[in-house]
Write a protein that binds this ligand. Structure first.
Ligand code: TYD
Ligand code: MG
Length: 453
C-alpha cells in the first residue's frame, strides 16, 4: 500500500492546521502553540473518505422528523442536553482528571433501564470498572464493558453488540489505524472523533465522548473537537468540595446556558434538584458583605450568594480580586459606586466571591454585587431574606433584566421577604400574586438609601 508521509503543524489552542511552522497562530493569534506531527495517511483512508451516498434534495421534500430523545436517569443530565439525549448525537463531556466524568457516565449507563449500553474504556481495566460499578450500584444488566482503543475494532464490536448508547472513555486514548500518529495527538483526536461521529450519524446511536481538559481549561485536542461534536458539556467544580457543576458549552439541540448540579459522595454522584437551597450558605448570625442574587442559569432561576470583603488597603495599591464574577465588571461597578454614589472605594481592597464555586455571567448579578460591597464597606449586614435582581449601568442607573417574574417567583418560593429590582422591570408587573415584597429602585444611590438609610 502506497503511503504519503508529510509533516503537519497544528495550533494546540484552536486546532488550526498549517503546512509550515508558525510562531503565532494565523487563525487564533496565540503565540507558541505550534506542534509538529507526522501524518501518514494511507491510500486506503483516502478511498474511504470519498464514499458518500447523500444526494442534494429539495428542501420541501425533506421530512422534518422531530429529533428523538432518550430520557436518561439523571434529570440534571437531561436538562443540560436540552431535554434528553438526541439519537445520533455526538456529545463531548470535558473535565479535569478526577472530577468524576467516568463516574457520571458509568452511573448513567448502569441506571438506565431497558437500553443496551456499550461502555468503551481505554483508561481503566474491566476490573477497575467493575469495582466502580459495585460502588455506585448496578441496575442495568444490559451494560457491556469493552476495553479497546482501536477504532476499527470498536466498530466491529459496535456492529455485534448493536447498543442503544455508546460511551467512549476517553477520546484521548482512541487511535485510528488510518492515521499513523500516537493516541492523543491532534491528528488522532480529529480522526477518531470524526469516525465516532460517523458511527453516531450512520446508525442513529448517541455517542458520549469523554475528553480531558488541559491545565488552562480548554479541552485537550482543542477547538476542532468542539466543531465536530453536537454538544459540549463541561464537568467542573472543586475537587475538595463534594459538588460538581455540569455546564452546557455548546448544544445543537438546545440552549447553551444550562447548568446541572451534582454532589459526589461515597457511592457515586447524586443530583441536586434544589440548587438554590444548596447554594445559599447556612448562617446563624448575620454577617456583612453578603447579598443574594436571583439569577437565571439557562431556563432555571437560581438564587446564589455574592460575598464581598472591603477593607482598607494595607499597601499603596489596593487589591481587587474576584472569583466566579468577571473582574473587569467588578471594577466597573466599583467605579460607578465611587463616581455616582460618592463611596470612597479607590483606596480599599475589594474581594468578591460567588459562593458554591458557581461562575455566572448573568447581568442581574450586578445589583447583588453592589449591595454586598456596600454592606461590607459599611459593615452592616443585609437581612438574609432579601434578594436582588438587576443590572447596573455606567451612570449608576438600575436596569431591567429578563425573566423578572421567574426570578421573583423563585425567591418567593424559597421564603424570601424582599426583592430589589429595577423600576423599569416593575412597570406592569403584577406584584399581588407574590407574598414577597417587590422594591423597585432607580439608581445605586437609591439602593444604598433603601438598604442602610
Ligand atoms: P472519576 O470518575 O474517575 O473522574 P474522571 O473520570 O473525571 O477522571 O472520579 C474519580 C473521583 O471520584 C475520585 O477522586 C474518587 C471519587 N469518587 C467518589 O468520591 N465516590 C464514588 O462513588 C466514586 C465512584 C468516585
Ligand atoms: Mg476517568
Amino acid at each position: 500500500m502506497a503511503t504519503k508521509e508529510k509533516s503537519v503543524f497544528f495550533c494546540k489552542s484552536c486546532g488550526n492546521e498549517s503546512p509550515k511552522w508558525f510562531g503565532k497562530c494565523p487563525a487564533c493569534g496565540e503565540w507558541n502553540t505550534c506542534v509538529e506531527e507526522k501524518e501518514v495517511r494511507s491510500k486506503k483512508q483516502e478511498d474511504r473518505r470519498q464514499k458518500t451516498e447523500v444526494v442534494p434534495m429539495p428542501i420541501k421534500e425533506i421530512t422534518n422528523a422531530e429529533e428523538q430523545r432518550i430520557t436518561l436517569p439523571f434529570e440534571e443530565l437531561n436538562r443540560v442536553l436540552g431535554g434528553g439525549l438526541v439519537l445520533g448525537s455526538l456529545v463531548l463531556v470535558g473535565g479535569e482528571p478526577g472530577i468524576g466524568k467516568s463516574t457520571l457516565l458509568l452511573q448513567t449507563a448502569l441506571q438506565l433501564s431497558g437500553k443496551r449500553v456499550l461502555y468503551i474504556s481505554g483508561e481503566e481495566s474491566q476490573n477497575q470498572i467493575k469495582m466502580r460499578a459495585d460502588r455506585v450500584g448496578i441496575h442495568n444488566e444490559n451494560c457491556l464493558i469493552l476495553t479497546e482503543t482501536d477504532t476499527k475494532e470498536i466498530l466491529k464490536h459496535f456492529k455485534d453488540v448493536q447498543p442503544d448508547i455508546v460511551i467512549i472513555d476517553s477520546i484521548q486514548t482512541l487511535s485510528s489505524p488510518y492515521v499513523d500518529a500516537t493516541a492523543g495527538t491532534i491528528s488522532q483526536i480529529r480522526e477518531t472523533a470524526a469516525e465516532m461521529n460517523k458511527i453516531a450519524k450512520t446508525y442513529q446511536v448517541p455517542v458520549f465522548l469523554i475528553g480531558h481538559i488541559t491545565k488552562d481549561g480548554s479541552i485537550a485536542g482543542p477547538k476542532i473537537l468542539e466543531h465536530i461534536v453536537d454538544t459540549v458539556l463541561q464537568f467542573e467544580g472543586d475537587r475538595h468540595y463534594g459538588f460538581r457543576i455540569l455546564r452546557t458549552i455548546k448544544n445543537r439541540f438546545g440552549s447553551a446556558s444550562e447548568l446541572g448540579i451534582f454532589e459526589m459522595n461515597a457511592n457515586g454522584l447524586r443530583e441536586v434538584t434544589n440548587p438554590s437551597e444548596f447554594l445559599l450558605s447556612q448562617r446563624d448570625e448575620e454577617v456583612s458583605g453578603i447579598a443574594i442574587a436571583a439569577t437565571m442559569e439557562g431556563q432555571r432561576p437560581m438564587l446564589i450568594e455574592t460575598q464581598a470583603l472591603v477593607s482598607t488597603a494595607a499597601y499603596g495599591t489596593p487589591q481587587r480580586s474576584s472569583t466566579g464574577f468577571d473582574t473587569r465588571r467588578m471594577n466597573m461597578l466599583l467605579a460607578v459606586l465611587e463616581k455616582r454614589a460618592g463611596f470612597r472605594l479607590s483606596m480599599k481592597d475589594v474581594f468578591l466571591n460567588i459562593a458554591g464555586g458557581i461562575r455566572s455571567d448573568d447581568p442581574a448579578l450586578d445589583l447583588s454585587v453592589v449591595a454586598a460591597v456596600l454592606s461590607s464597606n459599611a459593615d452592616i449586614p443585609i437581612d438574609n431574606r432579601t434578594a436582588f435582581a438587576a443590572e447596573v449601568g455606567l451612570s449608576g442607573e438600575i436596569r431591567a433584566v429578563t425573566r423578572i417574574e421567574a426570578r421573583i417567583a423563585e425567591a418567593d418560593k424559597l421564603g424570601f421577604e424582599k426583592i430589589f429590582i429595577s423600576k423599569y422591570n416593575a412597570k406592569g408587573l403584577d406584584t399581588q400574586r407574590f407574598h414577597i415584597e417587590v422594591v423597585p429602585v432607580a439608581t445605586v444611590y437609591d439602593l444604598a438609601t433603601e438598604l442602610f438609610g
